[in-house]
Design a protein around this ligand. Structure first.
Ligand SMILES: [Mg+2]
Length: 216
């Protein structure tokens, strides 16, 4: 039997797959301008595989998240496979520790899991804030999330706050000069284009805001 959380996690991943497909050309175009023109196609291929996973076959949401990460590592080329893969695998371990017999993820637990996932991205990519990477979206988004939770927001409201902060933060990567990844080879010429990983990260948070509802 699928748990409530595994179903909700699956809805999030399915919505992300839909948004990635819808924005694939745009993501690839950003990557064409400052990378190697494959981000949209790569993420689409990976998320199509994830979409085929059957939530009912997983014992809990942690198991589903772990498989999602492994699927992305093995099917997405470039740096985004390992980065997104690590994100989901690290999220899985945090949720596995927190998950109890109710199998419900509360706002604080999801926030902690997202932050662990992002720590995984930072470690894997050896990047930090200001490098013009997806982290420049994630850090402000997580801060907005935590701030909302502190003020009593439920999981949906906190994700809306995170998603809104993420959109603003992604725009703010446009003038940045890349210090990591292929875009960094361009030096000053990397300025003027939104980071593709930042753009796809916005979609992941938007998908979360659109699918997670309060459980308590
Ligand atoms: Mg690329």
């Amino acid at each position: 039997m699928p748990t409530a959380t595994a179903e909700q996690i699956k809805q999030w991943l399915d919505e992300y797959a839909i948004l990635i497909r819808r924005h694939a050309a745009e993501l690839t175009e950003l990557d064409r301008l400052i990378g190697d023109a494959d981000h949209g196609a790569n993420m689409q291929r990976g998320m199509e595989r994830v979409q085929k996973l059957n939530a009912a076959e997983f014992a809990d949401s942690a198991a589903l998240l772990k498989r999602t990460g492994m699927t992305l590592v093995s099917s997405v080329g470039g740096s985004s496979g390992p980065l997104y893969g690590t994100f989901f695998i690290r999220m899985a371990s945090t949720i596995a520790e927190a998950e109890d017999e109710t199998n419900l993820i509360d706002a604080a637990t999801l926030g902690k899991a997202l932050r662990e996932g992002v720590a995984g991205i930072a470690a894997r990519g050896k990047a930090e804030a200001g490098d013009k990477t997806m982290l420049d979206v994630w850090y402000p988004a997580l801060d907005a999330y935590d701030e909302a939770v502190t003020q009593g927001a439920n999981i949906h409201e906190a994700l809306v706050a995170a998603s809104t902060a993420a959109e603003t933060a992604a725009e703010a990567t446009i003038p940045m000069i890349a210090r990591k990844g292929r875009a960094s080879y361009l030096g000053n010429r990397s300025a003027g284009v939104k980071d593709p990983g930042a753009a796809s990260s916005v979609l992941l948070l938007k998908a979360a805001a659109d699918t997670f509802t309060p459980v308590k």
